[in-house]
Design a protein around this ligand. Sequence first.
Ligand SMILES: Nc1ncnc2c1ncn2[C@@H]1O[C@H](COP(=O)(O)OP(=O)(O)OP(=O)(O)O)[C@@H](O)[C@H]1O
Length: 770
Amino acid sequence: MKKPSLKASISEKQQISQLQKRISTECPSRGYAPPLNQKVSFRSLPLSDATLRGLEEGDGKNNKNKVAASSAAGKKKNNASNKKQFLIMTDIQNACIPHALKGRDILGAARTGSGKTLAFLIPVLEKLFRRQYTPHDGPGAIILSPTRELAVQTFQVLRSIGSHHNFSAGLLVGGKKEFGLEQMHVPKMNIVVATPGRLLQHLEQTAGFDVGRVCLLVLDEADRILDMGFRDQMVKILDYLPPGNSNDDDSDEGGRQTMLFSATQTKKVSDLAALSLYKPEYLGVHDKEASKTPKGLEQSIMVVPLEHKLDAIFSFIKSHLKSKTIVFFSSCSQVRHAWEVFCTMQPGVPLMALHGKLKQETRTKLYFDFLQRPHAVMFATDVASRGLDFPNVDWVVQADAPEDVEMYIHRVGRTARYTSGGKALLLLLPQEEEGMLKLLADAKIKAKTCHMNPKKAVCVSKKAAAVVAASPDMNLLAKKAFKSYLRCIHLMPNKQVFPGPTELPLEEYAFSLGLASMPTVRFLKKLKSREEERKKKNVDYKLEQLKDEIRKERLEKKLAKLGGKACAQKLPSKKKRSRDDSDSDDDSQEDDNGLLVVKQTHEWGKKMQPLPEVHLNEASKSRHAKKIRIDGSSAGANQKIVFNDDGNEDDGMLHVDKPTSTSGNELASAKENYMQRVKDRLAKTKDMDRKEEKERIQEKHKKKRLRDKGDKPDDDEAGDEMVVTLEGASDDESDSGSANQAYESESDDSVEDDDDVRAQEELALQMLGS
Ligand SMILES: Nc1ncnc2c1ncn2[C@@H]1O[C@H](COP(=O)(O)OP(=O)(O)OP(=O)(O)O)[C@@H](O)[C@H]1O
């Protein structure tokens, strides 16, 4: 680390005061977002000479020393990439850097491959330069990345463009053995590029690692860092850091500036509350664009049954030997299994496998190896889905469907970066097709559906079976791949899209992986028995209900035979209740296999076809007709239709049944009276019918809600138990591809105080609103 001469530091001071003046006069006012495609030069910004020189010399300079192995062709490519200069700003850089130089908190969002890394690295360098940080000042800026590979890459870019500055910078990622060595250097690092787990480890264990002077915190892939997997770590990290920004100016008293970047930026107040952002500038440069994915990206979807997935992937590889391809799977075991099996088939292109269970050195070596190669296929979990800037990737194949749209966007974003083009293929199970297409359509992601050319399709299951049979290790791996895939699909949060594991052709899938029989999956057994229990419970419940109804009906019939008003009054309400109950069941149990429910649903559905008004009257009529039959009275239909059946005071009926005079006139007038009363009653009952129908529907919905609530604990329990079971199995099986697993796990001892969170959210809301 060279020490600046006195002359140099004088000119540096002059430069700093000039830059500060320029920043205060030239930087835009709050809320300004420049138009897109402006082609503004970095030189037009108030940036230090050192940064400008770094940008003009370009990226890739330091990569050269780091590459462990490279082919001749790879070397050629690397040299070409060394010449890449940064002269003109991309849209996100043009929008963010001026606000960031002014010291404002930033929420930056732009498509994958649009240059977000420089949008935060340049302000980091500039801030520390203007504040004249030296290694003696310790950490001044912290940049957090969700994966080790992304942290490595960011560190490389920082080294390139910051090579003319005097700061020290360090990379802290998990999985490396030299923690002790890191501890010696950490206190002197001005810029720390880290994964959250490793940073926290140092904050907790490294004496002298004082972050009290950190004036800038950057969260790259912020939505990922703020999601559940990292939340506890982030809460603890933030406890160590100085408080957030509280000032409009970039002054020393301004507190910690915070910048968040992602292609799928979070705007959730609850996510942002803990960060204490101060009036953050939201700069979503592509928000108004039609597509959330890069312009040069061609997207396709192919529906493939689970048992033919490996065939489809191998066929794809065989017909794209001159391409650079990334194939995403859900879990490490699947990645390893596909890689091992396909390697034995020698497709004619280098195959690689990148996942969280590899040693960090191997991961880094693989990363750089793939970076260099002109043609290769890399099987990867989602450790490679975010942020990685592999040049010239032609294809991204998603062998397993992504968990959500965000994951889709990040995965396909590994190709078509900056101004280049690329292609993406998503394989969907027939069971996933409808839900996933809807999800993508809702997100305005356009992908064309395609089919495999049968002439090019290759079947690999026999070869896979031979490989698996030949080695106990491979057999174990195939079993793990099978189990981990089922676990992943079971844990997918969006049940509208992903089928339950029991809905899949499991035996066929096991064979396709090369297994002779389907492995036993503990959680699957539990799942099946749980499903059966639930079905049985439902059937038992329905049977009980039915028995109840029959008992009641018998009783009512007995009472009806006895005749009498009390009986007549009871019957309608009971009958009505029975009807209501079945209606309610119809409504809420569309998927239920219970015999009665299905039948009733069908009839009820038919009845609901006519217009509402007609239906209401018809329902009322049919109810009355039933009542007549049950009552068994010989009086005319009109007399019995309405009046008793609704449980109202039945004076009309009583009057007719007990005439006071038998003379003709009296009879005529009694008849007229009676008719009038009937008319009045009809009018009244119509209203009452409506009211009653309304109440009935309300009651029905209430019951449904109660039943749903009643079901929930079951579901939750199921989820919990699954988690417990899985955790229990984690020793030998847990290999989800989640980026989370790239880090040391943290003890889960931070209990969120609801009131605190609420207060913070309110505060954040106020700040965002002000
Ligand atoms: N101003 C620029 N001029 C030329 N190339 C640039 C410029 N800015 C960035 N690039 C190049 O664009 C590519 C993508 O940049 P970067 O990795 O920063 O994208 P990103 O937006 O962070 O992507 P992701 O969302 O996937 O993380 C890189 O190869 C980078 O070198």
